[in-house]
Design a protein. Structure first.
Length: 141
């Protein structure tokens, strides 16, 4: 996957995710899941949540009916799991790649982990290292 104009919609969504991030928030790279990770306090997380609903075509939560689940959503939720309170946001694919956000409140929901990743519908489409390169650029970390 090249970091080119064809992925401009993903870059735009990532920019909107970052708009309401507090100044002290700091992205990390989760090497295990190959996603960008940030943890926010509840009040800060709420400001980030609402743009997600607007920007993503598919919003899955624990209570979403399984019969309405797309094959893409089924694959991602089976890989990450989905518990009550958690949500997944999925973009439309671009060249067999989907941008997703995993919204994972902690036990008491006072903190929320947000994971942003790229999911390949066809794993052979590109080398693994490009997820971190693109996401780090798009999320400014």
């Amino acid at each position: 996957m090249e970091n080119s104009e064809k992925f401009a919609p993903f870059k735009g969504i990532c920019g909107k995710i970052c708009l309401n991030m507090p100044d002290n928030a700091c992205w990390e790279w989760d090497h295990t899941r190959r996603v960008a990770l940030i943890t926010l306090e509840k009040q800060d997380a709420e400001l980030v949540f609402y743009p997600l609903i607007k920007e993503f075509e598919d919003h899955r939560k624990f209570s979403s009916p399984s019969e309405t689940e797309s094959p893409i959503a089924r694959t991602i939720t089976s890989e990450f799991g989905l518990m009550p309170g958690q949500s997944f946001f999925l973009s439309n694919p671009i060249e067999n790649i989907v941008l997703f956000v995993a919204w994972w409140p902690w036990g008491t929901a006072e903190r929320v982990s947000i994971r942003v990743g790229l999911f390949r519908l066809k794993p052979e489409t590109a080398p693994d290292c490009t997820e971190s390169t693109c996401l780090k650029q798009w999320l400014n970390f």
